[in-house]
Design a protein around this ligand. Structure first.
Ligand code: ZN
Length: 422
């Protein structure tokens, strides 16, 4: 007797299996004859481990238009707008926006999110709000918080001190933004400093690194060196790395092996960077996405991050990690069937590895979190970005949606249409 059985679903690797759940654990995967308190029929549907987002900004989420929209569409105008908003945002208002977004995330089967929290203002209200949200959603959604010195570790007078204060308050990942420091030298120094802080405290490290079109923005080189020096390995991640798009190929042929040697992960954010980058170009216009396939070929773990939803940097977004993978697939031209399947893995398993999530997956002993999608395979899920028919978090059904085929009214044709394709 199980508490819950998800029956007959197709797993991402193509196997068809029942999943037996007891309490908050998966206890059996295969053909299950036993009864259960509750059964979810998933025959013909894709059953996946939950979606994971390793790069987000929840303190700014759903603030689009406050205090006004980003007219130039650039990263820098976005930072300036956020500077105005964070000065007046209250803990309650930030927490309310974040909680509303967490509802969206759960409905889309997105059950683990790493969010950067701006530690620039001395009031640290954002940190206070996000710690409260993390506590509130913990029963069903795992939030990982990054102490993020948005205005620079040294460029803002209390930047460094506030990162340390946030870590003391319970934020568990060290951030950084070297390309926004005053000089390349100070950017490099900030990386040495932050790597030491992460190593000494035994924390993970995730840096907004080289989010620029400048081919000479080469902080990732310093970052990889520091990751190797302190042995941080996969506990470190370089987010964005967009300057790698514009770098000289010879230089990159030296750089990628150094990144691989360090063991650090990479987190490109395709929805945002296809929008923000190349804004100073006429034509041809650069895509501004890092070299995903080349990093993967060198053995680097690369995840897809969402970054923003309805905020000063991005005016759209739905908490759907399949939208993120869909954009990444197009911009990185990952169109081979193996690469498309890889894109699905990136927003599930690879992102879980980037965040260091334990007991994640669909094998016995794993935490019983999963999502049932109205699609037959991972690639079809990317094509359709379909309804999430059921979402289970830590053994509990937390979201459900009825299958919703379109009714057709056409003479001589079938009366419903569902855009599945065998
Ligand atoms: Zn970001």
């Amino acid at each position: 007797m199980f508490d819950l059985i998800v029956r007959g679903g197709t797993l991402p690797d193509g196997r068809v299996a029942d999943i037996g759940i007891q309490g908050d654990r998966i206890v059996e995967v295969g053909q299950i004859a036993a009864e259960a308190g509750r059964v979810i029929e998933a025959s013909g549907d894709l059953v996946s481990p939950p979606f994971v987002d390793p790069h987000f900004h929840m303190d700014a989420v759903l603030s689009y238009g406050l205090p006004r929209v980003n007219a130039s569409g650039t990263l820098l105008e976005g930072i300036a707008l956020w500077g105005e908003l964070r000065a007046v945002a209250t803990v309650e208002e930030m927490a309310a926006r974040a909680l509303r977004y967490c509802d969206w995330a759960v409905s889309m089967g997105l059950l683990a999110i790493r969010t950067h929290v701006d530690t620039t203002p001395d009031h640290l209200r954002g940190v206070e709000a996000m710690l409260e949200v993390k506590r509130r959603v913990a029963p069903y959604l795992d939030l990982q918080l990054v102490a993020f010195p948005q205005d620079g570790l040294y460029r803002s007078a209390t930047g460094r001190q506030n990162v340390l204060r946030a870590l003391d308050m319970g934020v568990e990942v060290v951030g950084g933004i070297p390309h926004f420091e005053r000089t390349m030298e100070e950017g490099a120094e900030s990386l040495r400093d932050l790597a030491r802080i992460a190593a000494e405290r035994g924390l993970m490290w995730d840096v907004h690194c080289d989010e620029t079109d400048d081919p000479m923005s080469r902080h990732v080189e310093t970052m990889a060196r520091e990751v190797t020096r302190h042995g941080l390995g996969s506990r470190a991640a370089g987010s964005h790395l967009t300057s790698m798009h514009s770098m000289d190929n010879y230089y990159v042929s030296k750089l990628i092996p150094l990144i691989a040697e360090s063991g650090m992960c990479a987190i490109p954010n395709p929805l945002i960077n296809i929008t923000l980058q190349g804004r100073h170009d006429s034509y041809p216009k650069r895509r501004g996405l890092t070299r995903v396939r080349e990093l993967q070929a060198a053995g680097v773990t690369v995840g897809w991050g969402q970054d923003c939803v309805l905020d000063p940097w991005y005016s759209l977004g739905t908490a759907d990690m399949l939208d993120v993978a869909f954009m990444g697939l197009h911009v990185a031209q990952m169109t081979h069937p193996d690469e498309m399947a890889r894109c699905f893995r990136m927003v599930t398993q690879d992102n879980a590895a980037v965040m260091g999530l334990q007991e994640y997956g669909l094998t016995p002993g794993c935490i019983a979190s999963l999502v049932v999608l109205d699609a037959g395979s991972p690639v079809e899920a990317l094509r359709l970005r379909p309804d999430r028919l059921a979402v289970v978090s830590k053994g509990r059904v937390v979201a459900e949606k009825r299958r919703n085929d379109t009714r057709l009214v056409l003479p001589g044709r079938s009366d419903t249409v569902r855009r599945r394709h065998p």
